[in-house]
Design a protein around this ligand. Sequence first.
Ligand code: TMP
Length: 231
Amino acid sequence: MELLYEGKAKKVFKTDNENEYIVYFKDDATAFNGEKKAVVYEKGILNNKISSEIFKMLHQKGINNHFIKRISDREMLVKKVDIIPLEVIVRNIAAGSICKRLGIKEGKEFKKSIIEFSYKNDEYKDPLINEDHIIALEIITEDEIQIIKNYAAKINEILKEFFIGLNIVLVDFKLEFGKYGLDIILADEISPDTCRLWDKDSMQKLDKDRFRQDLGQVIQAYKQVLERIEK
Ligand code: TMP
């Protein structure tokens, strides 16, 4: 298969069908814009399985997304989309970059959930941008921003409920969307690499912060998430 694109955690391959791609999940973990790197053995398998289950669940709840089916431990078949170069971040509880940026204590519950946009650009370290930047730079239109914000808010409600059913608090997460014909649909992945997930009782971190902050037990945490989903 022809490799189309290789990112930090995934590869994308063309298939015989021009409307479908294969996403391959690697074990590579990076943080701080690639400054910190490691191989986390079997992470790719867990993220593929977790993302697949979440995309299936979201589809059942009416959220259009690129997932077609999981075809192996590390591969999922997806609809070919043109990725919009934005990271759409939803925050329910303060953690990560917003704490450093605004001097907020980790764990503060926000009165209203926050949607942020980053411009996907490794060279400039995915800078935070606002809606005016997005419109001015013609990344997407004002209407498309509204569609994405509505999607993100709806996905947040669905995911919060889904995870609380697994005794997990959804702290924040990152989404990516793609253009699919005239539609905008959810793409990329939803996994412990792209979400902050805390055990509701112990507040133990079950996500990539275990890698970012050298907390140990990275793969065990990802396994916990998958096991709770599969139960
Ligand atoms: P942040 O607090 O570092 O800005 O991250 C917010 C959320 O977005 C968190 O759940 C991790 C996720 N994220 C990614 O998926 N990819 C990234 O490149 C970054 C910076 C964050």
